[in-house]
Design a binder for this molecule. Structure first.
Ligand SMILES: CC(C)(COP(=O)(O)OP(=O)(O)OC[C@H]1O[C@@H](n2cnc3c(N)ncnc32)[C@H](O)[C@@H]1OP(=O)(O)O)[C@@H](O)C(=O)NCCC(=O)NCCS
Length: 151
């Protein structure tokens, strides 16, 4: 699926993704299609529509990749996967979540900005084809604003 979702120069190979998924603190969440009709004689197997791989690194969480099949996009699957991963990272003690995305990935940048991620910096030549990456991050812990006490 990563190879369907990304340019061949950026996509992970199966062994590469397996390494990320098995790293300590790493977890993978999968979005599956639901079985439409419970009374159907031939039950369809649920299909994988998207997945996210993330890693809890002490106080900082990291999104390794998020992939939704092209035909299943813009229906909230990416949002649900990201929200679930952020919740899990927060439970693991992360205060911040970070990720890298290619500078020319306009859809992903819009998606993350919509989810309150900010661009922290650019890493020149981050990808194997020398493309630059944006590092984006989001605070997972919202500090309550103190009200000014009146004298
Ligand atoms: C980025 C990606 C995960 C988004 O998944 P998705 O399921 O389409 O996301 P959602 O439906 O939850 O979108 C939520 C919001 O993000 C924004 N958004 C998502 N895709 C967008 C696009 N192509 N253009 C503009 N805004 C977009 C929109 O504001 C959208 O809300 P709306 O549909 O109500 O307008 C998906 O496009 C994808 O898999 N891309 C290829 C892989 C990739 O680039 N991954 C991220 C880099 S690590």
């Amino acid at each position: 699926m990563d190879q369907i979702c990304f340019d061949p120069m950026l996509a992970y190979s199966r062994p590469e993704l397996a390494v990320y998924m098995r790293r300590p603190g790493s977890f993978t969440l999968v979005a599956e299609s639901t079985i439409g009709d419970a009374n159907k004689m031939l039950k369809e197997e649920p299909r994988i529509l998207g997945f996210i791989v993330a890693e809890a690194r002490r106080r900082t969480g990291h999104i390794t990749t998020i992939d939704v099949l092209p035909q299943s996009r813009r229906s909230g699957i990416g949002s649900a996967l990201l929200q679930a991963a952020e919740d899990r990272l927060r439970q693991a003690g992360a205060a911040v979540v970070e990720l890298e995305t290619a500078v020319d990935n306009a859809a992903a940048i819009k998606f993350y900005k919509r989810k309150e991620y900010f661009v922290e910096k650019t890493i020149p030549g981050y990808y194997s084809n020398q493309l630059d990456a944006l590092v984006m991050s989001k605070d997972l812990v919202v500090t309550p604003v103190k009200e000014n006490s009146r004298s």
